[in-house]
Design a binder for this molecule. Structure first.
Ligand SMILES: [Zn+2]
Ligand SMILES: [Zn+2]
Ligand SMILES: [Zn+2]
Length: 206
């Protein structure tokens, strides 16, 4: 059984929009609830070990609220990179894992966050339907290409599917069992990722 001695945790501060990435000893995290503060002092990530699970309270840069998420302790301790996402925007809000993957994922999230509307631009309370309309369009047409070649299927065996457009992602939904799969559609990297795929397998919920 191998287990990392430390974990990297990352989020982007909703107040000042800088990335907060810290390394913490697993031992210390398990011993007591931890609060990881942004240097600006206006937001903090909370981590708490429960029996069998780890609970996180994450300030979300995409929607401005905070999200309570959790995962099994063994995943928290061993996965190279865990991503937690904002249900409302479809964007990720927190990463936990090894140094390299966590830094890479955070850099990518920064690109998506750069496209978020400034709060000042949102005076009329209206939000654009998509984070990036061009990316959404490209990713959707790639999905349709894959579908046209019969490349979309579900772990339950079904090949019937439908989709729902989110703010920065597309949900593929199995028409038979209802399992969902999120395809990110926020940045140019997301277009590159889907372009090199020839098939998509909906695996259902974890
Ligand atoms: Zn901050
Ligand atoms: Zn959110
Ligand atoms: Zn299915």
């Amino acid at each position: 059984m191998t287990q990392e001695k430390t974990r990297f945790l990352a989020y982007i501060c909703p107040k000042c929009r800088q990335s907060v990435i810290v390394e913490r000893e697993v031992f210390a995290l398990a011993a007591a609830p931890a609060k990881i503060k942004c240097p600006c002092g206006k937001s903090e990530l909370e981590v708490e070990f429960m029996p069998q699970r780890v609970r996180l309270e994450v300030p979300c840069v995409a929607c401005g609220r905070s999200h309570t998420v959790s995962c099994p302790s063994h995943a928290f301790l061993r996965e190279p990179a865990l991503a937690f996402s904002c249900k409302e925007s479809g964007l990720d809000c927190c990463y936990v894992g090894e140094e390299g993957p966590v830094y890479a994922a955070t850099a990518r999230l920064e690109q998506a966050v750069d496209k978020l509307d400034d709060p000042e631009d949102r005076e009329d309370g209206e939000q654009r339907p998509f984070l990036d309309e061009l990316v959404m369009h490209e990713v959707l047409s790639e999905i349709k290409d894959i579908a046209a070649r019969g490349g979309i299927s579900c772990a339950c065996g079904s090949k019937a599917w439908t989709f729902r457009l989110g703010y920065s992602s597309i949900e593929l939904i199995c028409a038979q069992c209802g399992a969902e799969m999120r395809i990110p559609a926020a940045t140019a990297d997301d277009i590159d990722d889907i372009c090199c795929k020839t098939s998509l397998l909906i695996r259902g919920k974890e």
